[in-house]
Design a protein around this ligand. Sequence first.
Ligand code: PHE
Length: 341
Amino acid sequence: MKNQISKIQKIAIKEIGKVKSLEDLEKLKVKYLGRKSVLTDVLRSLKDLNPEEKKAIGEESNKTKQAIDLKLKEKEIEIRNKELKNIDEKERIDITYPCGQTKRGHLHPLTRVRYEIEEIFKSMGFLVVDGRDVEDEFHNFDALNMPKNHPARDMQDTFWLKDGAVPRTQTSSVQIRFMEKNKPPFRIVSIGTVYRNENSDATHEFNFHQIECLMVDKSGKITVANFKSVMSEFMKGLFGKETQTRLRPSYFPFVEPGFEFDASCPYCKGSGCKICKKTGWIELGGAGIVNQNVFTSVGFKEDEYEGFAFGFGIERLAMIKYGIDDIRLFHSGDLRFLEQF
Ligand code: PHE
């Protein structure tokens, strides 16, 4: 039996010596020291021996166990050291390796137009400000000279929330929010989402974006001429230097006088085409000289200040700029559309 044990030890030491990986080493550990190891088998047969023999064999097998255990530990250190040496090579990062799989996204066409518009206004000294999507009736309507039961409220199909709040129907609410906190003189623009309860079609969405512009100073300092020049600079910046602008009289409760403004069609340069429905002009939005009731609603004294405001849809601008014929594409998430930009 002694012979058997020393044979096991020899074979074990030899096998451990040849091992190259930690996994294989673990397998040998189980094989020689585990509960079902060859050595355990030998020890199990001890019960048939007399006490002296038992003792002698027991000691022998313990020594063998220790020897195998020592060899295992030495081998483990040897393997780990080798791995550490190789790690520099194995985990080297090749920063020049081409990472072909990374797909880069890009800005949504609406975001691009938005940034472009903001840059044009910033270059004219305007401050870009933010409003809020969910408004109350005061900021969306009352303060803008649209009291309850005012027929002008019907101009905008409004979603109402249960608690009486309004997903804003126009960015004009930003005028009020800003003037509650800031006194003139100032010039601001704000771009954001507005919500209207209408059916979607190629030119209407219940959720779209508007830009609001407001410039206010002491009475007598701001006139329609200021508005026209800002408007014209803006259009030239967006659609090209040759772009013409024009005003038509119109009505919005928060301005007096009020206008709608058009830009000459950037496609046919005014001669008439499909985009401008053969008129040569593209209708853009509403504008006017701020109604004094708007100023008094934020606590300014009547006739102390004067200013202009205008607002219009961003989707429409993007559609004209990029020749897009269906507004619903913007929010479709369709990559075939988005990847064209
Ligand atoms: N808020 C108006 C609309 O949504 C546009 C507008 C803004 C008109 C500012 C005049 C002045 O139609």
